[in-house]
Design a protein around this ligand. Structure first.
Ligand code: ADP
Ligand code: G6P
Length: 330
């Protein structure tokens, strides 16, 4: 449990739909009690409803279909502790419903397609996370979900991805250059699985100089480029865990990566080699993975890094409330 403070911390979680944002938010629930957190889905700021988008040919990804003035005004109001009347985009009817009152809580999460698109909104955010799903994995996950659960054909899935691509590339993807931490979800460099599906390589890129963020690293900070193949008996024999430095859109950064799959029971050993995890007790990261082995990504770096990003966000949150409490005492 984290203590309350008279300060609203705003976090932005961006990325295409289906890239793991909701799974990440579910994982955050283990770290913060319910009354501390409000999640705002930025789809609620669609200014054109489904019918209008269809008539104009403007997609939901296009900024012209979204009301950034209202988003900026309401994000600023929440951050300064005021309630808002937030619009609601109704995903069932495709219409914009009457607004609902939202009262600020100590943590407000703006989640969706455009959290970093508008500079006014971006500048209000205390921590910015982007989920960057590479095309082959995007296709694989969408096929798994839409074909298995929604009865779509393979061609439907590919067509849906293709039709989103121009606006995705123009308006969504470029936002990643503004993020503090990017979770890249890439095809593995290891051999494919027997069923032909791709394994995942997840890389957590962390830009240098994020306020209140001490980057996690592997083994020893002095060793800046290092890989470790743990060779766990129940995990991928080639499982590879790396740490290194990089350049992210002209900004110095470091990254952690995990290529391949591991048994969740092996996560304590993976965690032991990491430093600066911002755990409050030894083994916390692994215990959070083991708590939800049913969540997608619990057997690869996506879940592992989602939990790690959550722990790092908790420490940013705690630092910010401590600073605001200290300032209030002066
Ligand atoms: P978003 O909130 O960004 O739309 P979700 O967290 O709801 O994304 O994930 C969408 C779907 O993608 C899930 O239902 C699941 O099928 C798949 N998925 C998400 N994360 C993973 C993962 N790490 N590994 C495999 N599939 C995943
Ligand atoms: C995409 C976007 C969503 C958006 C939706 C609207 O799926 O990722 O953020 O809200 O389109 O589409 P709809 O089917 O409701 O018209």
């Amino acid at each position: 449990m984290v203590s309350k403070a008279d300060r609203v911390v705003l976090i932005g979680v961006g990325g295409d739909s289906g890239c793991g944002k909701s799974t990440f938010l579910r994982r955050l629930k283990d770290l913060f009690s319910k009354e501390l957190v409000t999640v705002i889905c930025l789809d609620d700021y669609h200014s054109l409803d489904r019918k209008q988008r269809k008539e104009t040919g403007i997609t939901a990804l296009d900024p012209r279909a979204n009301n950034f003035d209202l988003m900026a005004e309401q994000a600023a109001a929440l951050k300064s502790g005021q309630s808002i009347q937030k619009p609601i985009y109704n995903h069932e009817t495709g219409k914009i419903d009457p607004p609902e009152r939202i009262d600020p809580t100590p943590i407000v999460i703006l989640e969706g397609l455009h959290p970093f698109y508008d500079k006014r909104v971006r500048d209000l955010l205390d921590f910015k996370v982007y989920f960057d799903l590479s095309d082959p994995i995007k296709i694989q996950w969408k096929i798994q979900r839409d074909m298995a659960e929604r009865g779509h054909s393979y061609d439907d899935v590919i067509r849906a991805i293709e039709s989103r691509r121009p606006d995705f590339s123009a308006y969504i993807d470029p936002q990643k250059q503004h993020a503090d931490v990017v979770l890249q979800i890439l095809p593995s460099e290891l051999p494919e699985k027997k069923d032909g599906t791709k394994k995942i390589k997840a890389a957590m890129v962390q830009v240098e100089g994020i306020p209140n963020y001490d980057p996690p690293y592997l083994f020893d900070r002095a060793i800046s480029d290092v890989c470790w193949k743990p060779n766990f008996p129940n995990s991928d024999p080639e499982l590879t865990f790396c740490y290194g430095t990089t350049d992210y859109f002209g900004r110095p950064a470091s990254y952690l990566s995990i290529d391949g799959e591991f048994a969740p029971d092996d996560s304590p050993e993976l965690e032991q080699k990491l430093r600066n995890t911002s755990e409050t007790r030894f083994g916390e990261l692994a215990s959070l993975i083991l708590k939800h082995t049913d969540y997608p990504g619990s057997r690869d770096g996506t879940g592992f890094f989602q939990v790690l990003i959550g722990l790092k966000f908790r420490s940013i949150y705690e630092a910010l409330i401590a600073q605001s409490l200290a300032a209030a005492k002066v």
